[in-house]
Design a protein around this ligand. Structure first.
Ligand code: 3H9
Length: 691
């Protein structure tokens, strides 16, 4: 049952009850419609609506969005609540989002509990509020707050909602407070739809809309729903309420059926489905973690674990390393305090749980060690031998390597089954992705420990097999390789960066390299020299950059220049350098447009990802989508790399790769998975290994 109801004298109680988050599906809408009729038949003097559990309601049940809308429709239900002669009061006990907030906005009065939040996050699912949110919010809290809520999807806290007059009062027990409201006072409250739209002079209106559109153009470039939401709010200012509601509804329905909403829903549900595989044993309880290496990555992991309440022993090689590591952690703690995430006593508590040492015996009691040292097989093997000797044989040992062979790292220790990869992304305390690398000998207990840590850290865990770069870096390496080919064939770093920003990345591949440092890729290429296919086209431009000290931002010069350590400026010398390399390689440079850049880079990634799927390195296309979005900035609103590929259509992708394969059969060797999908007409998302 999605709605329960009861009465006490003339007060009716309606509870939204659809665990876990009271999503509003057909049954709940029908239950609310019946409750309106019931309250009227019983001649109640009020109805108090609240949510069961910790949530008021998380909004419309997005699982229904794939099909045609089912009656009764939410706008009609809310219209009935709003126009009923029995006034409804929303006792907002927890989060009220999307349709949940819209239920509250349609009530005569709203009283919030301390844990309440009110938000209209529909744009994060690629739609706009579809049950009055665009029209009722602005009538209650004014245009600017409503625009912020609707266009950016950020919820208001209970206090902010009260300050914005979106709720009438903030009370510890909102149900009891709703019961205490004086009947006369309640009946004097004007129903929201009867309130006039906000009033301002024309110049103020124009400025408010221009400001929000300018902000959206920057923050949500490429996304349709936020701009459409703003359009609907604006149009509503000069329309009758009913006419504006009809516009809102038709826009909502149009967007719900569109590609962006489908992609964003796919990401929403994929993120929530990223969990430990069924059947893994229980993980050991984690209380103390050892982290090896206090550089940027190790410090980030340490800070994240400390913030969870875990104790951390941070191991370094010598006393200088200990000092450096301490300094790095202190900087992160100071940043946490500055940003208001920690107060002084919280910072002190973090420090109290941290031991930094160069003595591995200090880690003897830890249940899990995470090695985040220099990316060298010899260094890692030494560290694992020391951990093996110092820690309990039950402890799990993880490497944070980005590329190296986890099986080789594990081979040197007594029980390789306790070794796995935990590939964090920098900054480790912020980035949500965690690749959990399953070595040939990794035990289920070790895997379960990795997933348990991911859950504690609120990361998105993705299981990956062992190969050079696992899922994410293997795709990324191919992306960079193709970008370098475009570079020598006629493009520039800024052409390529701009094209990929146009696709929806926050930054293109060259700006990213400048940020992380060109020496990382250089070291990686040297490691791969021995195994590289000599017939594979190799572009030496990035190597030359490193040899000339153009290491990126840290050197104030890389693919761009950063005068005085400030923002990037284009560097014409780079074009000379590329042209010279093209001459050495006997390449005749040609004009390459943004569409071709985007197409070639995306096709390169899709082909590599399809191989990753075929080889069983990734378990599903959904996992690849999560990796590309959460680790590498692939636009979420395109649904991740493989979802996007299915949107384009495998047949078309295969046709384009085959054309490129004619020119370079080594680099563009068509993935058998793509060939199989094209032949059988199966989408990548539905592909499974034959046999
Ligand atoms: C809308 O309302 C449109 C209207 O304007 C117009 C209509 C006409 N639908 O996140 P969690 C599931 S659009 C279906 O892990 P938390 C979720 O998949 C909607 N299912 O919990 C998961 O399932 P499972 C606008 C939903 O405590 C389980 O609930 N609303 C929905 O970390 C637990 O979820 C939003 O965008 C849903 N709407 O966070 C709000 N929501 O157990 C979306 C959740 O099978 N929701 N599920 O994996 C949220 O932001 C968070 O879920 C919330 C709780 C903050 C509520």
């Amino acid at each position: 049952m999605s709605v329960t109801r009861s009465r006490d004298g003339l007060t009716g109680y309606v509870t939204l009850d659809n665990p876990p988050v009271n999503a509003i599906g057909r049954a709940m809408r029908a239950g609310l419609m019946e409750a309106v009729a019931w309250a009227e038949a019983e001649k109640l003097d009020r109805v108090i609506v609240t949510g069961a559990g910790k949530v008021f309601a998380a909004g419309a049940d997005a699982r229904e969005f794939d099909g045609a809308p089912l009656e009764p429709y939410l706008p009609d239900v809310l219209d009935a609540i709003e126009r009923s002669f029995v006034p409804w009061i929303a006792a907002i006990n927890g989060v009220a989002l999307g349709g949940g907030a819209e239920i509250a906005l349609a009530c005569r009065m709203r009283i919030a509990g301390p844990r309440a939040q009110i938000g209209l996050p529909e744009v994060t699912l690629g739609v706009i509020p579809g049950a009055g949110g665009t029209q009722r919010a602005m009538r209650l809290c004014g245009l600017e707050t409503a625009l912020e809520m609707i266009a950016f999807g950020k919820p208001l806290s209970a206090r902010a909602a009260r300050d914005a007059k979106l709720v009438y009062a903030l009370e510890d027990d909102p149900v009891e407070a709703a019961f205490m409201v004086n009947t006369e006072e309640l009946l004097c409250v004007v129903p929201t739809w009867e309130l006039p739209p906000p009033e301002m002079d024309a110049a103020a209106f124009a400025a408010a809309f221009a400001a929000v559109r300018a902000k959206l153009a920057k923050r949500s470039a490429g996304q349709v729903a936020p701009m459409r939401a703003v359009d609907v709010v604006e149009a509503g200012l000069s329309m009758e309420f009913a006419e504006a509601m009809a516009l809102e509804r038709s826009t909502f329905l149009e967007l719900k059926g569109g590609e962006q909403s489908r992609a964003l829903r796919h990401m929403f549900f994929s993120e929530r489905a990223a969990k430990a595989p069924a059947g893994l044993p229980a993980a050991p309880e984690l209380t103390q973690i050892a982290v090896v290496g206090g550089g940027t990555m190790g410090a980030g992991i340490t800070y994240a674990c400390l913030s969870l309440g875990l104790s951390v022993v941070l191991l370094e090689t010598d006393s200088d390393g200990v000092d450096r590591a301490r300094h790095n952690i202190d900087a992160l703690i100071a940043q946490g305090v500055k940003r208001g995430r920690l107060d002084d006593s919280g910072a002190e508590a973090l420090r109290a749980r941290l031991v930094v040492s160069d003595d591995y015996d200090a880690a003897a009691g830890a249940e899990l060690a995470i090695e985040a040292a220099f990316e060298s097989m010899a260094v890692k093997k030494q560290i694992f031998a020391k951990l093996d000797a110092a820690m309990s044989p039950d402890a799990i040992l993880a490497t944070n390597t980005s590329y190296l062979d986890v099986d080789e790292i594990a081979a040197g220790i007594k029980h390789p089954s306790r070794v796995l990869g935990l590939h964090f992304f920098a900054p480790a305390h912020i980035m949500r992705l965690l690749e959990i690398v399953n070595g040939a000998q990794t035990s289920e207990r070790a895997l379960a420990t990795g997933f348990a840590l991911a859950k504690l850290l609120k990361k998105v865990p993705v299981l990956a097999g062992v190969c050079d770069g696992f899922i994410g870096n293997r795709i990324y390496t191919r992306y960079k390789e193709e970008a370098d080919i475009l570079l020598i064939d006629g493009s520039t770093p800024w052409d390529i960066d701009e094209a990929m920003e146009g696709f929806g990345y926050a930054m293109g591949p060259y700006e990213v390299q400048d940020l992380s440092g060109l020496d990382i890729g250089f070291a990686n290429r040297r490691r791969q020299d021995a195994s590289r296919d000599p017939n594979r086209r190799y572009i030496p431009i990035a190597d030359r950059m490193v040899n000339e000290g153009r290491l990126g931002r840290k050197a104030s010069v890389g693919w761009y220049r950063y005068p005085g350590g400030g923002g990037k400026v284009l560097d014409p010398l780079i074009e000379d350098l590329i042209t010279e390399e093209a001459r050495f390689a006997k390449v005749k440079r040609r004009e390459i447009g943004a569409d071709e850049i985007r197409e070639r880079l995306v096709l390169a990634m899709v082909n590599e990802a399809a191989d990753i799927l075929g080889e069983g390195i990734a378990q599903s296309t959904r996992d690849i989508d999560l990796v590309t979005v959460f680790g590498y900035g692939f636009p979420r609103w395109r649904g991740g790399l493989m979802h996007y590929a299915d949107t384009v259509g495998v047949a078309q992708i295969v046709e384009k790769i085959r054309a490129l394969e004619v020119v370079d059969p080594v680099i563009w060797k068509l993935s058998p998975v793509l060939a199989d999908c094209a032949e059988t007409g199966v989408a990548l998302a539905d592909w499974s290994k034959p046999g």
